[in-house]
Unconditional design. Structure first.
Length: 173
């Protein structure tokens, strides 16, 4: 490995190790959507090896997101877990059947969540905004899109107030 590659790898490792839980979550979503867009492009180009690699990595991220949900902190965790499972199975089928439509469906379902988590993480770092959902704050809680058939339901609100701050629904960090 070259010195430049080693430096990039070290920088990425340091960014992950020093990131807040909210930043880790947004980083996971960013990489997840990057993987899915790369898989979509590879499927369109019939580059099945690249598509396979990207879809498998996306499935790993979905599994990680699902395993870090905190149902003890948020009653919507099981609904979001159901959505994650639905997307994971869509990605398995996208890979097995070389079905770009399933990959696109995953992108469509996850993009609003990515945007919502970024907005919520931004609200946590902006002292003028309250990260708890309320009409006065203008901050919106991440919510899953309408749940697809066969999933556990919609995710609902992801932030709740507790002694002076927001509680995270994912245990990352």
């Amino acid at each position: 490995m070259t010195n430049a590659a080693n430096a990039r790898q070290q920088y990425a490792r340091d960014a992950i190790l020093s990131a807040s839980p909210a930043r880790l979550l947004t980083m996971l979503y960013d990489r997840l959507l990057l993987d899915l867009r790369r898989a979509e492009a590879a499927q369109e180009a019939a580059d099945w090896q690249t598509a396979n690699s990207q879809l498998l990595h996306a499935q790993d991220i979905i599994t990680e997101l699902s395993s870090t949900l905190r149902p003890d902190v948020w009653d919507g965790a099981e609904g979001l877990r159901g959505l994650y499972e639905y997307v994971r199975m869509a990605l398995v089928n996208a890979n097995i059947h070389r079905d770009v439509a399933r990959t696109r469906e995953a992108i469509t379902l996850l993009t609003p969540l990515q945007e919502a988590w970024h907005a919520a993480a931004g609200a946590l770092h902006d002292p003028t905004q309250d990260p708890t959902p309320s009409a006065a704050s203008g901050a919106t809680a991440p919510a899953a899109p309408a749940a697809p058939a066969g999933s556990a339901g919609s995710a609902g609100s992801a932030w709740s107030s507790s002694t002076g701050g927001a509680r995270t629904v994912h245990a990352v960090g």
